[in-house]
Design a protein around this ligand. Structure first.
Ligand code: M6R
Length: 611
């Protein structure tokens, strides 16, 4: 999704802005631009496509010397919402005088009516964007005090925004504001920064201030002054960034996705660290901040999330029901606030989000809090909006996930859900003996995963069966049903092949009509109480000429399968993790064979901060 970086200080701004945009690339975008204050105008440079194009355009710009001397500026990567990815739609956008520049993440929902009003005042729009409307509106209010003008304009605006605004008249200040779209300020030794996420800041500072909705701030080289839209001062504390926030290099792997797949033994070790009491068969999750009484009063668990996080929630549903005897359900976060969710104080709502910034999940958090539920976050990015708004929960500690396709996000989410389920289960009916066995299995997860990663080369061979296929199906049931959905999602998002995950028993109720001789069907058939039933479904496909790619427990049979991927023996809930990793590798190798841009697939954004 869109990215923002702004800098004001004593160093050359251009390298800081372009470096920041590079670090924001993982969010997904389709054009980029920057604006630098000059004597009586804002110099703008824009490019469609990758940041490397903007770097080139900056190098070639006739005004390079001026650009290089600037010590402040704002820059943006745009993921198109209103209008195609063109130079004219790329940010920054400007007011009528061209002296005022704006970069914006989010969506101005009432932009049409505002645009009409501005047209009536003589404005001629140069882009199709909602952002240009806001830039021009600020210009209408500007009478020398940029912060006042921004506040006045924002009072007219409905929707979501994270913005950074500069005026050529005040080159030493940037005005920033946030509502529904994250912004974080950085305090560096040689100046101050603003960015839409910490990835763009870590090269310059570890000291940051997270803005909250409603905050408006003026940053200069040496000061940060935060108020609300009515100029009431706001005090926000300075936080120290996690040391690993900067660990975003590929580490010798061809793609971030492959690195992140191979990171998983360590990521899961970090998720588990200090949280398992093997002797007592319990989990310790202090961040949940719940008393034994709180836990005893929970009647139902509702998990909300989107995409891969939704699939993790579906595994969690089995975990809470099987292990903790607790009624659990999963709701698509985007639907939650529109369906009159029947939530009350005895419900525990768990918001699952790798980024902690997904707009729909955040809205579900707010809705659930309003209804009085106990709300916990299951989040990876420390200090993200969902982490802060839930105030308690479980951090995943997976480390930065850069590849747009989530991998270690999913497996650490499932691990954290299993830890939560163990905690709740031991407070209810689960025996110590059973708790000890489960805790021991969880502790073995990193080794189980290593044995799947060791099959990387073999999985690369199996990938050839999927290349170029028209349809590919993934089948599973029980906790392996969400694994099938996740395997298919991974394949479609990075290889652009059409893949669907189904409950194994559902195939014959319709989708089986799509099977033709040679159609690949990936069957999740590790050891489980329903393993034989799943295998019968595989046979039904094979009888129609499908090629079966089986995922089975080591030492078990997969008669007639074209290819077999194995996972080590462990109980089904735990086995969802190595099974998913086998499918992540499969998707990765198919996408590689298809020569796809694996880390930044077309049309996708890393965190979806619009509804
Ligand atoms: O950051 P989140 O976990 O809230 O993101 C949710 C989805 O947008 C995300 O999982 C998406 O589906 C990924 N591209 C999947 O790989």
């Amino acid at each position: 999704m869109c990215g923002i970086i702004g800098y004001v200080g004593s160093k050359a701004a251009v390298p800081i802005l372009l470096g920041g945009l590079k670090r924001l690339e993982y969010r997904g975008y389709d054009s980029a631009g920057l604006a630098l204050p000059q004597t009586d105008t804002m110099l703008a440079i824009k490019a469609v496509g990758k940041v490397s194009k903007l770097i080139e355009a900056t190098r070639q710009h006739p005004n390079t010397a001026l650009a290089e001397s600037s010590t402040s500026g704002i820059a943006h990567t745009r993921w198109a919402t209103h209008g195609a990815p063109t130079e004219s739609n790329a940010h920054p956008h400007f007011d009528k005088s061209q002296r005022l520049a704006l970069v914006h993440n989010g969506i101005i929902e009432n932009y049409r009516s505002l645009r009409q009003k501005l047209i009536a005042l003589g404005h001629e729009f140069k882009s199709d964007t909602d952002t240009e409307v806001l830039a021009r509106l600020i210009g209408e209010y500007y009478q020398g005090d940029l912060r006042l003008a921004v506040a006045s304009a924002l009072r007219q605006v409905e929707g979501a925004y994270g913005i950074a605004v500069m005026s050529a008249n005040q080159p030493g200040e940037i005005i920033v504001a946030r509502k529904g779209s994250p912004l974080v300020l950085g305090i560096g030794e040689h100046g101050c920064l603003v960015a839409s996420d910490t990835a763009a800041l870590v090269a310059h500072t570890q000291q940051v201030i997270y803005l909250d909705d409603g905050d408006l701030a003026k940053i200069t080289a040496t000061s940060i002054d935060i108020t609300d839209l009515n100029q009431t001062p706001i005090d926000r504390s300075i936080k120290q960034l996690e040391p690993d926030a900067g660990a975003i290099e590929k580490g010798g792997y061809e793609h971030f996705m492959l690195k992140e797949i191979f990171d998983q033994p360590e990521a899961i070790t970090n998720t588990l660290r200090g949280r398992l009491d093997l002797a007592q068969g319990k989990s310790i999750l202090a961040g949940m901040g719940t008393s034994t009484r709180d836990l005893a009063e929970i009647r139902r668990i509702v998990m909300v999330g989107c995409g891969t996080s939704l699939h993790a929630a579906m595994v969690g549903e089995f975990a809470f029901e099987d292990l903790a005897d607790l009624h659990a359900e999963v709701q698509q976060a985007a639907e939650f606030r529109y369906r009159n969710p029947l939530i009350d104080a005895q419900d525990l709502v768990i918001a699952i989000s790798q980024s902690g910034e997904t707009a729909d999940t955040l809205a579900a958090v707010r809705e659930a809090k309003e209804k009085g539920a106990l709300v916990l976050g299951l989040v990876n990015v420390v200090g993200s909006t969902i982490a802060r708004e839930t105030g308690r929960g479980v951090y995943l500690h997976a480390g930065p996930e850069i590849s747009v396709a989530s991998t270690k996000g999913f497996t650490t989410q499932v691990t954290a859900l299993l830890l939560m389920a163990l905690k709740l289960a031991r407070g209810r009916r689960m025996s110590q003996e059973r708790g000890e066995a489960l805790a021991k299995s969880l502790a073995q997860l990193p080794d189980l995963i290593r044995s799947v990663l060791a099959q990387n080369d073999a999985i690369a061979q199996v990938a050839q069966h999927l290349v170029g296929q028209e349809h590919i199906f993934y089948l599973g049931r029980g906790p392996f049903h969400p694994v099938a959905l996740e395997g298919a999602l991974k394949l479609k998002e990075i290889s652009y092949l059409h893949a669907e995950g189904y409950h194994a028993a559902e195939l014959k109720h319709g989708p089986i009509a799509l099977l033709t001789p040679g159609t690949p069907v990936v069957v999740l058939a590790p050891e489980s109480p329903v393993r034989d039933k799943v295998w019968s479904n595989a046979e039904e496909c094979r009888a129609r000429g499908a090629k079966i790619i089986a995922v089975v427990t080591e030492g078990t049979e997969a008669p007639g399968a074209t290819a077999v991927l194995t996972i080590p023996a462990c109980e089904p809930l735990i086995a969802t993790i190595p099974a998913t990793i086998a499918l992540q590798l499969l998707a990765y190798h198919v996408a590689r064979l298809q020569q796809c841009p694996i880390d930044q697939p077309r049309n996708l954004a890393k965190s979806v901060t619009v509804e």
